[in-house]
Design a protein around this ligand. Structure first.
Ligand SMILES: [Zn+2]
Length: 281
């Protein structure tokens, strides 16, 4: 991609930079991948950073592999409530309260906030020495603003100069694909330039929608290489059917070891996202 520079990890993760939009994947793996951890990444730009997803292995990978304390993270956005995306949230909340003695910022709308608390993290965070706790006792909610309802909900927020457009995606849906009755899930457009699908079915209409409206330079797409989870994750085979221009700006992520048998560059893609590498834009 024009202008994208790759830079190797050194010593520890820097959470500020000279103002250039940068991404760093702590992991690039699917839910059960220990080798590639899970798909969680950092956005860094100027004085601000955002951790996108916070899976069960995220806290471990941050500290053990990248020498970066969990307590150095201030802003978090999670895409959906599967454990490979939210499994470290309890640790982040508790180390925030008891080690760093401050709340973290959580970018989340009211609907997802309720679901995340009641169905996922309440069990570990509700009781404390101070009495019954709420999500707000651990996190400052940064509530993105609803800017579109159709063809799918889009929310927007800014963290410093980082712009996020958070869109309702389709990951695990009911047979009728009724979003109200389906698992809540979001993808995100970063600075109108980088589209991250989050865990997503094969839905070319989303790629079309954003490419038609924004100067999307890079698409980071969920990809089930083996194809066994097709219908929940976009499969490699499905993504191969996209037009050449879309594929040429696409990096694939959320893969397992079967990715090692593929050479996406030969199939028209930009490649697989590499973990432990800075992407500078
Ligand atoms: Zn998922």
């Amino acid at each position: 991609m024009k202008g994208m520079v790759i830079s190797e990890f050194k010593d520890t993760l820097q959470l500020t930079n000279d103002g250039r939009l940068s991404l760093f994947f702590i992991g690039t793996g699917s839910a059960f991948s220990k080798k590639y951890f899970q798909t969680n990444f950092l956005i860094v730009k100027g004085n601000e950073h955002i951790l996108v997803d916070c899976g069960t292995l995220c806290a471990y990978a941050l500290e053990k592999v990248y020498n970066t304390p969990v307590t150095s993270i201030q802003n978090i956005f999670v895409t959906h409530p599967h454990a490979d995306h939210i499994g470290s949230l309890e640790e982040f909340a508790l180390t925030g309260r008891y080690v760093a003695k401050r709340k973290l910022n959580l970018i989340i709308n009211d609907k997802f906030k309720k679901i995340l608390w009641k169905q996922s993290v309440k069990g570990g965070l509700h009781y404390s020495e101070a009495g019954h706790m709420k999500l707000d006792d651990y996190f400052n909610q940064i509530k993105p603003e609803l800017i579109a309802k159709k063809p799918f909900e889009i929310y927007e927020t800014n963290i410093g100069s980082i712009n996020l457009k958070i869109f309702r995606s389709r990951h695990i849906t009911t047979k009728a694909h009724n979003l109200r009755r389906s698992q809540i899930s979001y993808g995100v457009l970063i600075d109108n330039r980088i589209l991250f699908t989050g865990d997503s079915q094969f839905r070319p209409e989303y790629l079309e929608y954003f490419q038609n409206r924004y100067p999307v330079e890079l698409i980071i797409h969920d990809c089930d290489v083996s194809g066994y989870a097709e219908g929940v994750h976009a499969s490699y085979r499905q993504l191969e059917t996209l037009d050449a221009a879309t594929k040429a700006k696409m990096l694939l992520v959320h893969y397992n070891s079967s990715a090692e048998k593929k050479t996406p560059e030969n199939d028209g893609f930009m490649g697989f996202v590499q973990p432990g590498t800075w992407y500078l834009f």
